[in-house]
Write a protein of this length. Structure first.
Length: 218
C-alpha cells in the first residue's frame, strides 16, 4: 500500500493554513509571520502546533482560538485550495491500494480531497492523527493506517513532505519517500528529509511511479 500525507503532497494547503494562523495570532497580539507559521505547521497536528506556541509565549491562547482557526482554515480551503501539480496523474497511474494519513482533522482531509477532485482515489482509506495518542514524528498514525487496511507496515511506502512525517514512517518500519515539489526551498527541505530517513526524494509527482518501482526492485 502507498500512504500519502495530504498537506503539501496532494494539496497545496500549507500556505493557506499558515496565513490563517498568522492572522489569527496577530489579532491576539502574537507576532508570527506566515513563513514561520508554515515551518511550525509542517507535519504536525494543529493541537500540537498551538501547544508549542503557548509554550513559547508563556500563556494560553484564548478559549475559542483553536475553533476559530479550524473553521477559518476550512472556509479558506474550500474557496482557494488547489491540488499539487500532477497529483491526479500520479494517482491514476499508481496501481494498488492507496491511503491518506494526515496530521489534519478528518473533516479537513476529506474536504481538501473533495475540493481538489482527489477523494475518489482514497476513500475509505482516510486517516487522521486526531485518532491516535501521539502525532508525527511518532509512528502511531501510520501504524493505524496499516492495521485498519489489513496491510503489514513493511509492505507500505509513505510519501511525505516533512521531517516529522518521514521520521514517523521510518519509525513504523515503512519505506519513506520525500516530496519537495510543493516547497519554496526544495533543496533545503530535501536535505532535511534525507536526514530524517527518506530513502529517496522527488520534486515532481510524475516521478513517483518510477521511484516506487526502483525501491521495490521492479
Amino acid at each position: 500500500m502507498v500512504i500519502f500525507d495530504c498537506n503539501g503532497v496532494l494539496v497545496d494547503s500549507e500556505p493557506i493554513a499558515a496565513q490563517v494562523l498568522a492572522e489569527a495570532l496577530k489579532r491576539v497580539g502574537v507576532a508570527l509571520s506566515p513563513e514561520r507559521a508554515m515551518r511550525r505547521l509542517y507535519g504536525r497536528r494543529p493541537a500540537d502546533v498551538l501547544a508549542a506556541i503557548e509554550a513559547a509565549i508563556g500563556k494560553p491562547l484564548p478559549a475559542q482560538f483553536s475553533a476559530y482557526v479550524a473553521t477559518e482554515t476550512l472556509r479558506r480551503l474550500r474557496a482557494e485550495l488547489r491540488p499539487i501539480s500532477h497529483a491526479a496523474h500520479a494517482l491514476a497511474w499508481l496501481r494498488g491500494p492507496k491511503a491518506v494519513a494526515s496530521s489534519s482533522p478528518l473533516d479537513r482531509v476529506r474536504g481538501s480531497l473533495e475540493v481538489t477532485g482527489l477523494l475518489r482515489f482514497f476513500e475509505p482509506r482516510l486517516f487522521s492523527a486526531s485518532a491516535v495518542r501521539r502525532g508525527k514524528p511518532a509512528p502511531d498514525l501510520f501504524l493505524l493506517a496499516a492495521a485498519r487496511s489489513g496491510v503489514e507496515p513493511h509492505d507500505c511506502i509513505v510519501i511525505e513532505d516533512s521531517a516529522p512525517g518521514i521520521a514517523a514512517a521510518a519509525a513504523a518500519a515503512m519505506t519513506p519517500i520525500g516530496f519537495v515539489g510543493g516547497n519554496a526551498k526544495p533543496g533545503r527541505l530535501a536535505d532535511d528529509l534525507v536526514a530524517a530517513g527518506a530513502r529517496t526524494v522527488i520534486g515532481d509527482l510524475r516521478a513517483l511511479k518510477g521511484a516506487i518501482a526502483e525501491l521495490r526492485g521492479w
